[in-house]
Design a protein around this ligand. Sequence first.
Ligand SMILES: O=C(O)c1ccccc1N[C@@H]1O[C@H](COP(=O)(O)O)[C@@H](O)[C@H]1O
Length: 205
Amino acid sequence: MTRIKCCGMTRVEDALLAAQLGADAIGVVMTAHSKRQVSLAQAKAIVDAMPPFVTTVALCMDDDAGFVQEVIDVVHPSLLQFHGTESDEWCKQFGHPYLKAIAMGEGAAALYQLRDHPHAAGLLLDGHGLGEPGGSGKSFDWSLMPRDLKQPLILAGGLTAANVAEAIRIAQPWAVDVSSGIESAPGIKDPIKLRDFIAAVRAAA
Ligand SMILES: O=C(O)c1ccccc1N[C@@H]1O[C@H](COP(=O)(O)O)[C@@H](O)[C@H]1O
């Protein structure tokens, strides 16, 4: 079964609907590098509203350590997601489980980054270029998804209900992560797109 993370939640009702429709995880974007940024209070409200067994992920990108610690202390996410140029050493300083995003915009040349994060709970391969924010709807060559890594791999970037089955067939990820493909506007989730996306992933399994 391919797990599903729905990212970029800005409203409690969207996150609740994702959970009800069967999402395994929801994400809130804490970094100012995003048009989906939520405040600590908004993120806490979304995380607190989640039912048991839904993983909550707080996304940071080259933010300062004090801010990341505040996110942990106030929001209490199950996982952090570091989406910038953070090193393994830097990410593990918080003693909190995390995903590390790998920018796949440069294609095969980007794969060297995969060995640099041995302490990450999982690696999230996204279609944007190094140093750029995600959530842009950019995909990458799914056949580049490695098969020989011990860490769970999460496929992200430009996924939609229309292409996710093919993406899963080619990349065989542990999980898929989607943001703009389930939106009507940045941070506003579209119930039909959300439903169709989750149904497409479940049908692919
Ligand atoms: O969503 C954002 O705004 C964002 C900002 C900065 C870094 C990462 C961000 N989002 C991540 O990118 C994936 C893929 O997004 P999309 O489906 O291509 O729109 C998203 O799920 C987040 O993990």
